[in-house]
Design a protein around this ligand. Structure first.
Ligand code: PM9
Length: 466
């Protein structure tokens, strides 16, 4: 894009063909709804939500081409032609030789963890993700965070906060031995850090070190195209590369991948495991029939695989990715301009409010991010998600609560769904809640399930239990 073009306004590279009406519940309805939901935005009914920024997972709008693809679903139990289209897309756009479809990302995480991790193993990675870490632990492993320190500092402006601290990784290898590390888990556009990218130069350094020790890299490629956008715009060497070329280059420096196709790849359901090692693939597709379905559908319908194959090609389109990340940046800048504390720099898929600085009068044990997400909903019907103390859960060995540095509320933008006017409404609501932040009190748990507690926990306002 030329400098002249950059100075001009730009608009979404699509027009809207179908609309889904949304309702603004009244203030009284919102208050009742959040109380009934135990102050957990995951437990709200969607009918009670005005603008839904809970997640970008499975919430994107499919294109006309994808909907047309749905009509070409081949629902044969075995050997559906849509599987072969998906396999072609994975090979062409990501360069992995083999693909095992799964019902969504955690299906792939389950299989890879079971296949590669043994009791007592360590899995280093660039910050934890909830489902990924749980599957690693259930398989007997221990996740070790080797991301750079800047990732844990919401105010650091580091352009590649998802980079691995190669020193930390090297120390771990020396300490536990390479044979206790089945793979290094590298995510692109690291979710829990605020959608922060890893640079290609850092990935290459990690590759060099791990190859030296014979340790493979498994890539969480859920938001790889969004990461590629930041490489193109921030890493000089790649400024003339296409997004598609950068995506392939990232994948080339890894040995396999888990994918939740519900994000970058623009579908409402689906995922896969991909790899280059034929023997690992044979074992993975055998395990697929135990937990997901036959290896040519893995829990997806034929039509879902067709939409996914098309979604993969759309996800690397330059105009699409510019508009997608651009919308997130637009919201982030509005919120920052209002003086509200957020994670810097604004990331790939959402704006992350810094609840520790937003509600400094609350202790982390009073669940500031959970309370802030509930308050934002009451203010405007905007649904967001806690990404802090509640999401971090408990230590698998001591059962003690983990206190993460980052205590965040994620305003996650679905792809191709909301307009700039929606973003303005969201920014106004965040600002209004910030203006009366001193009035916001903390929450406490009244129900805590064993796994992934953020999904189903219930809370009460502190000092308000019967
Ligand atoms: N991410 C998200 O909202 C949905 C579930 S957790 C609230 O961000 C990464 C980086 C993800 C992810 C899901 C998964 C799991 C793996 N890696 O949800 O099982 O962001 O398809 O994918 C969610 P599935």
């Amino acid at each position: 894009m030329s400098n002249d073009e950059q100075r001009r306004s730009w608009a979404e590279p699509y027009k809207i063909k179908m609309v889904e009406p949304v309702r603004i519940p009244s203030e009284q309805e919102r208050e009742e709804a959040i109380r009934d939901a135990g102050y957990n935005t995951f437990l709200l009914q969607s009918r009670d939500v005005y603008i839904d920024l809970l997640t970008d997972s499975g919430t994107s709008a499919m294109s006309d081409q994808q909907w047309a693809g749905m009509m070409l679903g081949d629902e044969s139990y075995a050997g559906s032609r849509n599987f072969y289209h998906l396999q072609d897309a994975v090979r062409h756009f990501y360069g992995y030789d083999f693909v095992v479809p799964t019902h969504q990302g955690r299906g792939a995480e389950h299989i890879i963890s079971k296949l590669m991790i043994e009791e007592g193993d360590y899995i280093p990675g660039n910050m934890y993700f909830t489902t990924t870490k749980l599957h690693q632990e259930l398989a007997g492993g221990t996740f070790v965070d080797v991301i750079i320190d800047e990732a844990h500092d919401p105010q650091s402006e580091h352009p590649f906060k998802a980079n691995v601290d190669v020193g930390k990784l090297s120390d771990l290898i020396n300490e536990v031995g390479a044979d206790r590390i089945p793979y290094v888990s590298i995510a692109t556009a690291v979710n829990m850090a605020g959608g922060q990218p890893i640079s290609l130069s850092n990935l290459k350094e990690v590759r060099e070190l791990t190859q030296h020790h014979g340790i493979p890299i498994i890539h969480d490629m859920t938001r790889v195209a969004e990461n590629a956008y930041f490489i193109k715009t921030r890493e000089d060497e790649y400024s003339n590369w296409s997004i598609a070329e950068i995506v392939r280059e990232i994948c080339r420096h890894t040995d396999g991948a888990t994918m939740s196709a519900k994000k970058d790849a623009l579908v409402n359901i689906g995922g896969f495991l991909a790899m280059n090692d034929k023997e690992l693939f044979e074992r993975a597709r055998n395990m697929c029939v135990v937990y997901e379905g036959l290896h040519t559908y893995g829990g997806m319908a034929g039509r879902d695989m067709e939409a996914l194959a098309i979604g993969i090609s759309e996800s690397v389109d330059e105009d699409h990715i510019h508009a997608r990340v651009g919308q997130v940046q637009y919201l982030g800048e509005k919120i920052m301009d209002a003086g509200v504390p957020v994670v810097h720099p604004i990331g790939s898929h959402g704006v992350f409010l810094d609840a520790k600085r937003f509600l400094p009068h609350l202790d982390q044990d009073e669940l500031p991010a959970q309370a802030l997400a509930a308050e934002l909903y009451v203010d405007s019907g905007v649904r967001s998600m806690e990404r802090g103390f509640v999401s971090a859960g408990r230590d698998k060995d001591t059962d003690e609560n983990i206190h993460p540095e980052l205590e965040l509320v994620r305003l996650t933008i679905p792809r191709r769904v909301y307009t700039q006017a929606h973003m303005d409404v969201v920014a106004e609501s965040v600002e209004a809640v910030y203006d009366r932040r001193e009035e916001i009190g903390g929450l406490e748990f009244v129900y805590e399930p064993e796994y992934l507690r953020f999904f189903q926990s219930r809370f009460e306002k502190i000092n308000q239990q019967a």
